[in-house]
Design a binder for this molecule. Structure first.
Ligand code: SAM
Length: 247
């Protein structure tokens, strides 16, 4: 059985897609996607030898060698342009995912891709910023907790595609639950414009946790007399205020 994290990611893959899972490790996602009939075939990309071997084994053990191609290479390099219409990338930092997409785009590997389903472990803001700068519009954002860790799943389609809003709508101030409005683009990028619109308990817990972390930094800085500490204190206080305002 897939983890809740990978199951939720799988649910973002449009049925019938030609799927490419990059950084696939044991190929759990493509195996589950093909086995369940959600997609007819898939590509699993891996750059590192250990995980590449694990992906080959996972596919062979599932008896899906004819339907899942395991390829060794860096990021989207393993794809021919036009070969995939949905790309999943999970379990890495947002900056690494953004770098993989950026390089892939420069190599023309995103042409024809209709859906990006991404699960950054950290650095979600960096990834949202990349999507925004490269005209990908978020169509859903999910947040879940599993084994004491919080994960976000961001799904994006090319801006202008059917069912996509525009990034201008996404980032020019969101009407939040409770009628509040967030106007601060940096904060929307950090917290997620769609998550902010319909926050769940996990979202609240994540950002309450962030506030607690900032408050303890503030408490330790309170003991410092340095001028730089004063500046840092006001920056942290402002950040706490920005988050608290929209929670
Ligand atoms: N996607 C799986 C998941 O979410 O459970 C595996 C996540 S694992 C923590 C990250 C994987 O990404 C590793 O197997 C690593 O080898 C692979 N990886 C890191 N950078 C990569 C790159 N540039 N291209 C392809 N794979 C990469």
């Amino acid at each position: 059985k897939l983890s809740d994290r990978l199951q939720l990611l799988l649910e973002q893959v449009p049925a019938g897609s030609r799927l490419a899972d990059i950084g696939s490790d044991h190929a759990l996602l493509p195996v589950a996607a093909v086995k369940s009939g959600r997609v007819p075939s898939a590509i699993a990309g891996e750059v590192n030898p250990g995980p590449y071997e694990a992906a080959l084994r996972g596919v062979a053990e599932a008896g899906l060698g004819a339907k899942i191609a395991v390829r060794r290479g860096d990021g989207l390099e393993v794809l021919e342009p036009g070969e995939a219409d949905c790309i999943t990338i999970a379990g890495m930092g947002g900056s690494l995912i953004a770098a993989i997409l950026d390089r892939g785009q420069k190599l023309g590997k995103l042409a024809g891709v209709k859906t990006l389903a991404l699960q950054p472990n950290v650095g979600e803001d960096i990834l949202r910023r990349w999507l925004l700068a490269n005209s990908w519009a978020l169509v859903s954002e999910h947040i879940l907790e599993e084994d004491g860790k919080i994960y976000e799943i961001l799904t994006a389609v090319p801006e202008g595609a059917e069912a996509a809003g525009t990034n201008e709508q996404l980032y020019s101030g969101r009407l939040l639950a409770g009628g509040k409005v967030a106007l601060d683009q940096a904060l929307l990028l950090e917290m997620g414009p769609l998550l902010l619109q319909s926050p769940n308990e996990v979202f609240a817990a994540k950002w309450q946790g962030e506030i607690s972390k900032l408050e303890s930094i503030l408490a330790s800085l309170a003991r410092s007399e340095l001028e730089a500490a004063e500046e840092k204190r006001s920056r942290i206080k402002l950040q706490i205020k920005r988050i608290a305002e929209v929670l």
